[in-house]
Design a protein. Structure first.
Length: 458
């Protein structure tokens, strides 16, 4: 009996990869970030966002070196395996898996809630389930089809954000944005500084999951050329959109009324054009594209991460199977979806530290992301020393300063997140500890060299 294939279809160009990079993240421009204003005020959150954006720019410019040198579907898992062996790989791999498996349920519930507004008779959880079934299916039938769809909805979502900024521009007033812009009474007083740190997860939401392009590396045409183009243009696109959306929304009126809403953009636009404007209806309807782009893209990401972990022996081999016709990791796609669907139907039944399950799983995803960022930058430094002759088609600019800055910022953000979310961190640490222990006691990982030099054409 022939051995099941583990080869992925290489059909993605730089434009596809840009669409994945931006699409993975772009829902964060539509909702979630405005809660940072409630924590830090507009000016405090602006400082938080500047610092987090600088971290992401430095991280992506450095991370690209690893992605082009080791273009594997496991992404950070593959880099840590080569740099630190099985234990380090388990930490990076399972942290990435937590980030990518726990983010989609939150986004799918947002999709369901949005559709419920338009169709009150539709149960949001059933709509979220439908979204999972639809986009898992789309991911299974072919990566090029999935990536082309991702590109289309991403371009529409980006265009919509630009339209939003243009429509509210006539009402732009810097005085609106700066009024009461600090947490507490004093700029840089104890309350203001505390708010700046407390707002970190909401600034990260602007950029969370952009690193998922690394998990499409085996399916990219000429990854040594296309991945740097996609990553660099992607992070710059997202940086411009994040600051543009935040500034224009906050300057259009009383920003405090937007700081506890899931739909800050329509509410900001409503002040300028009124409730009956066609512009407003366009924003409300097309806002779904931003959510869909991220949801669909992150499904692509978690499937590749499960696939890579299984192929390397860190998960059961069944998850490394590739569909014989479509050459996509169909078992991994379905497995991550089952976890997400279970989370959807657990919402409102489970709360952590007084938060809803949705808020808690978003925070859990951020813990996974920050852990992965730390491991990736550590792997970059380790491989520079241990394998100076490794082919590096793209080398991190400003080395070692840029990756050191990204590493330090990720550590600071992680510490702040632990301080403000100790119970969720305890759950995250327990899950990670159990996963790493299981790998050491039960799993039989492949040798790092065999994985790092894996040829998907074999």
């Amino acid at each position: 009996m022939p051995k099941p294939s583990t080869a992925l279809d290489k059909s993605l160009n730089a434009f596809h990869l840009w669409g994945i990079a931006v699409g993975l993240v772009i829902s964060g421009e539509y909702f979630g970030w405005s809660y940072g204003w409630a924590q830090a005020g507009t000016l405090g959150f602006l400082i938080t966002t500047v610092c987090v954006a600088a971290m992401y720019v430095a991280f992506i410019f450095s991370f690209t070196e690893l992605t082009t040198a080791i273009p594997q579907a496991g992404g950070p898992f593959a880099y840590s395996l080569r740099a630190f062996g099985p234990t380090g790989a388990a930490v990076a791999g399972y942290a990435t898996l937590i980030e990518f498996v726990f983010a989609p349920p939150a986004i799918s519930l947002a999709i369901g809630a949005y559709l419920n507004v338009q169709f009150p008779g539709l149960d949001p959880k059933h709509a979220a389930l439908g979204a999972y079934l639809l986009f898992m299916g789309l991911n299974i039938v072919g990566v090029r089809i999935a990536a082309t769809f991702e590109l289309v909805v991403t371009v529409i979502a980006v265009g919509e954000l630009l339209v939003f900024m243009g429509v509210v521009a006539p009402a732009f007033s810097l005085a609106n944005f700066t009024a009461g812009g600090w947490a507490g009474q004093d700029a840089f007083g104890p309350a203001a500084i505390g708010g700046i740190f407390a707002a970190i997860p909401f600034a990260i939401w602007f950029f969370l999951a952009i690193e998922g392009v690394a998990m499409a590396a085996e399916e990219a045409k000429d990854p040594k050329r296309t991945i740097p183009v996609a990553y660099i243009t992607g992070v710059l696109t997202l940086t411009v959109l994040a600051f543009g959306v935040m500034l224009f929304a906050g300057a259009a009126g009383d920003w405090k009324s937007l700081s506890d809403l899931n739909d800050p953009l329509p509410q900001a636009m409503k002040r300028v054009v009124g409730e009956s404007s066609g512009w407003l209806h366009m924003l409300v309807w097309l806002g779904l594209f931003g959510l869909v782009a991220s949801f669909h893209g992150i499904i692509m990401g978690y499937a590749r991460q499960i696939f890579a972990l299984a192929r390397a022996g860190f998960l059961p081999a069944v998850f490394a199977r590739v569909h014989p016709r479509f050459q996509t990791p169909h078992v991994a796609t379905l497995a991550g979806g089952i976890v997400g669907i279970a989370a959807i139907y657990s919402d409102n039944l489970i709360s952590v530290a007084g938060q809803s399950l949705t808020a808690s799983i978003v925070t859990m995803a951020v813990f996974g992301a920050l852990t992965m960022y730390i491991m990736s930058m550590a792997a970059l430094f380790r491989l520079r020393r241990s394998e100076p002759d490794l082919a590096r088609p793209y080398r991190a600019p400003l080395y070692p300063s840029a990756p050191a800055f990204a590493l330090a910022m990720a550590v600071i953000c992680l510490v702040a997140l632990v301080v403000y979310n100790p119970l969720i961190f305890a759950i995250f640490a327990a899950v990670m500890g159990a996963a790493v222990l299981l790998v050491r006691l039960v799993a039989k990982p492949a040798a790092p060299a065999s994985i790092s030099t894996f040829d998907p054409a074999i």
